[in-house]
Write a protein that binds this ligand. Structure first.
Ligand code: HEC
Ligand code: HEC
Length: 93
């Protein structure tokens, strides 16, 4: 079988879709909200049905960039609007 122009277009689309999947799967590796003594209270709140947006502001009492530092490339910066921690750092199943 000869690989024609249409086949190349098809292959390019398949490659693009694969690349998007790889890009998304990279984001999924963001660390989850830990299940430990420090973070258990937040897991309890979420399990009890509290909304993420109500729990988010409580994180910054420690994660303010001073007491607990963020990695230098952290996508959200303290200081401005309250950070939506749990939007990215999801609760573990
Ligand atoms: C009482 C202080 C405190 C509060 C409040 C707190 N954290 Fe933490 N958190 C820590 C400390 C200290 C560490 C680093 C040591 C560790 O892994 O426990 C940490 C680590 C983390 C990590 C990285 C875990 C890892 O695997 O490396 C994430 C993600 C995190 N916290 C998210 C949150 C979120 C989201 C909230 C709010 C719901 C929150 N934390 C509230 C103290 C706190
Ligand atoms: C826009 C998405 C986003 C938001 C909002 C966000 N983070 Fe992160 N955070 C990340 C990414 C991506 C990383 C780097 C990858 C990783 O290690 O999880 C990271 C890394 C971290 C780490 C270091 C984890 C390690 O490697 O030890 C901590 C701690 C953390 N975030 C806590 C928080 C807290 C607390 C908040 C809210 C105040 C917050 N993050 C808000 C996306 C986010």
């Amino acid at each position: 079988m000869k690989i024609g122009k249409r086949d190349w277009i098809f292959l390019a689309i398949v490659a693009a879709v694969l690349l998007v999947f790889i890009a998304i799967s990279g984001k999924e590796k963001t660390k989850k909200l830990p299940v430990d003594a420090t973070h258990q209270q937040f897991n309890d709140m979420l399990n009890a049905g509290k909304k993420k947006i109500e729990v988010d502001p409580l994180c910054e009492s420690c994660h303010d960039g001073v007491k607990v530092k963020f990695p230098p490339n952290h996508p959200a910066k303290p200081g401005g609007a309250p950070m939506r921690c749990l939007f990215c750092h999801k609760q573990q199943k």
